[in-house]
Design a protein around this ligand. Structure first.
Ligand SMILES: Nc1ncnc2c1ncn2[C@@H]1O[C@H](COP(=O)(O)OP(=O)(O)O)[C@@H](O)[C@H]1O
Ligand SMILES: O=P(O)(O)OC[C@H]1O[C@](O)(COP(=O)(O)O)[C@@H](O)[C@@H]1O
Length: 303
């Protein structure tokens, strides 16, 4: 079974307008309310691709109820811990023809007893399970929380995927995560460098591998992706042709696509192409990728 963990789920409130003027009253001409957060998006796309998972994490308030309702409407299972106070955050994504602006909420406090409840659920995972730890954590939590989870699950034959940034990610590498998926900007920030070409990206992806990650998948938005795999192979793919509609959730979709491809073929290369196709299928659609969209794009990639 696959389990995803989202510490800080969100309602993504996506609005479009021709121009966004700070300090003025702006009126939207399109709006969408999507229950998300990284692990939750991974669960939804896995389900769209035909793979079951259980979404774990913390939800709260009216927004938490709506996130859970939307997740279940896709047929996904959840086993969230409901927090007594506050509400799951609202992330506002403002899209104009020129640019995207994000205003992401902070999310509710997670008390110590709720963390213990999550640990108790994770203790029940069994050998062969996959755990996806994805997204940021509320700022009241220490950034070693993913590390603590991995330490607790060490030597239990559980494949762990981490999609996080900075210390939250760097701290877990010694526990040998199965897959990490930084984007190129996050990779540059982690090492405080400027990455100007694919060779630079490969160099720093390999550093993350030397630090412990088994497979490093670096996404590069419209410029495609690079996989540095544990079998020593390095694969680059451009993105398939298509029109960008909404890139929110593209990275999460890529993680779901990679896992699906790996489960179905046991090949890192095929998993990689499935990841690229799934990321792009989400980017080319208002909603998250569906299986038929992914398969259509996969045929156009070089694999
Ligand atoms: N503009 C785009 N055109 C085509 N594919 C895209 C685009 N943006 C993202 N993707 C696809 O989604 C993947 C993940 O996107 P990226 O933006 O790098 O991730 P994140 O959302 O984590 O920053 C990319 O590697 C690519 O396959
Ligand atoms: O947990 P974080 O890092 O704040 O990210 C949360 C945001 O990321 C998303 O999961 C989208 O992520 P990606 O675009 O990286 O796939 C949104 O649904 C959500 O608003």
């Amino acid at each position: 079974m696959i389990y995803t963990v989202t510490f800080n789920p969100a309602i993504d409130y996506i609005v479009r307008m021709p121009e966004f003027v700070p300090g003025a009253t702006n009126r939207v001409n399109y709006e969408q309310v999507l229950g998300g957060g990284k692990g939750i998006n991974v669960s939804i796309v896995l389900k769209n691709l035909g793979i079951d998972s259980t979404a774990l994490g913390f939800i709260s308030g009216f927004t938490g109820k709506e996130i859970t309702r939307q997740l279940h409407s896709f047929g996904c299972k959840s086993d969230f811990i409901e927090l007594p106070d506050g509400f799951s955050r609202i992330n506002v994504k403002i899209k104009t023809n020129e640019q995207e602006t994000e205003v992401n909420g902070q999310g509710p406090d997670i008390p110590e007893n709720a963390i213990e409840e999550l640990f108790a659920k994770l203790d029940k995972l069994t050998a062969g399970d996959t755990l996806v730890l994805a997204g940021s954590i509320p700022k009241t939590l220490p950034d070693d929380i993913y590390e603590k989870i991995m330490a607790r699950l060490e030597n239990r034959n559980i494949n762990i995927v981490v999609d996080a940034t900075k210390n939250l990610l760097l701290n877990v590498l010694k526990y040998r995560p199965f897959l990490i998926k930084p984007n190129n900007h996050e990779l540059a920030e982690m090492f405080d460098v400027t990455l100007t070409c694919n060779d630079d990206i490969i160099t720093y992806a390999k550093k993350l591998q030397d630090m412990g990650a088994k497979n490093v998948l670096v996404s590069m938005g419209k410029d495609g992706a690079i996989l540095v795999a544990e079998d020593g192979s390095i694969t680059y793919s451009p993105v398939p042709k298509g029109k960008l509609v909404n890139s929110i959730g593209a990275g999460d979709s890529m993680v779901a696509g990679f896992l699906t491809g790996y489960i179905e073929t046991n090949s890192y290369e095929k998993a990689f192409y499935m990841g690229v196709a799934t990321g792009s299928a989400s980017a080319f659609s208002e909603n998250l990728a569906t299986r038929s969209e992914v398969e259509a794009l996969l045929k156009t990639l070089n694999n």
